[in-house]
Design a binder for this molecule. Structure first.
Ligand SMILES: NCc1[nH]cc(CCC(=O)O)c1CC(=O)O
Length: 314
């Protein structure tokens, strides 16, 4: 069989290339020829705060355009950057097994969160991280931060900041786990819905490719992130404050069950509402939806976030 190599669209950042390279290798091991195609996005070109240029969706739009106009056959995204609304003509054909989704602290001198002195400067551009860190009441100062992983870690190395908070998954994919001084306990800081997972997207009409990509799909990860993202979608319709959520498959009395925890917090940390639920792996959407409705019934809709709707962005 002679088929043209699959064209895999990716952003050009080191992290994006590492993620695309992972998918490329998995497809190669299944016998597919795959070439990487770099697509530049507004989010890569601009250094303005994400909230002011349309949020994390800017990373995704250019890749989706390349899929829809046929420049590429598949695209790899960080699932947490993918808007919850489905895109016309496109399908997330594979969600591979996720990395450890926790946020981590990368601090000077090996410090952990509880070692940071009052007034310590901690960098993050994520309202979700900011809200949950403030809610801990440690008296640390949150400093806004953007840029790639190297830029962010550099602010600790050069002494500008005492620490930064990042996704462990990104550091793992870049081989930078040596910078981590503490993995944050989800009891204190819940990750973004979908954090640590990849989404492999292609055209719905490309049925042979949809079928081929399904070999990369991990059922437990898909169930977990489906619950997290359904929760996010329901909350997006009903509140403006940042959302954290983490679902995992765990052995329960009835076999494998999905256990999900979620938080809605005001950016200043003064209010945070946390709830959890368990259910069957097959009922992921319903678990996510029900938990979101419970959070709203508990007042999540009234948690005011000064940043407005776009502030949910990571
Ligand atoms: N916000 C950008 C972004 N999108 C995905 C990751 C990391 C990889 C992942 O979460 O899957 C990061 C960096 C970070 O939040 O530290």
């Amino acid at each position: 069989m002679t088929t043209a190599p699959l064209q895999l669209g990716t952003r050009g950042s080191t992290l994006a290339l590492a993620q695309a390279g992972y998918v490329q290798e998995r497809l190669r091991s299944l016998g597919h020829e795959v070439e990487l195609v770099r697509i530049q996005t507004t989010g890569d070109v601009s250094t303005a705060p994400l909230e002011s240029i349309g949020g994390t969706g800017v990373f995704v739009t250019a890749l989706r355009e390349a899929l829809l106009d046929g420049r590429v056959d598949l695209a790899v995204h960080s699932l947490k950057d993918l808007p919850t609304a489905p895109a016309d003509g496109l399908v997330v054909a594979a969600i591979p097994e996720r990395e450890d989704p926790r946020d981590v602290l990368c601090a000077r001198d090996g410090l952990k969160l509880s070692d940071l002195p009052a007034g310590a400067r901690v960098g993050t551009g994520s309202p979700r991280r900011e809200a949950q860190l403030r809610a801990l009441g440690l008296g640390i100062e949150i400093v806004g931060l953007r840029g790639n992983v190297d830029t962010r870690l550099g602010k600790v190395a050069d002494g500008t900041l005492d620490a930064v908070v990042l996704a462990r998954a990104g550091l793992a994919r870049l081989g930078r786990l040596d910078s981590v001084t503490e993995a944050l306990d989800p009891m204190q800081v819940l990750p973004a819905p979908g954090q640590g997972a990849l989404a492999v997207e292609c055209r719905t009409a490309d049925t042979a490719l949809v079928e081929a990509l399904s070999a990369l799909d991990d059922a437990a990860t898909r169930a977990a992130v489906t619950a997290e993202r359904t929760l996010l979608a329901v909350l997006e319709a009903g509140c403006t404050a940042p959302v954290g959520a983490y679902a995992e498959a765990a052995e329960g009395e009835e076999g494998l069950e999905l256990y999900i925890r979620a938080v809605v917090a005001s950016r200043d940390g003064s209010v945070s509402i946390r709830k959890s639920a368990t259910g069957s792996l097959g009922g992921a959407e319903q678990i996510g939806r029900d938990l979101a409705l419970e959070l709203l019934a508990d007042g999540a809709g009234a948690v005011v976030d000064a940043g407005g709707p776009a502030s949910k962005e990571e």
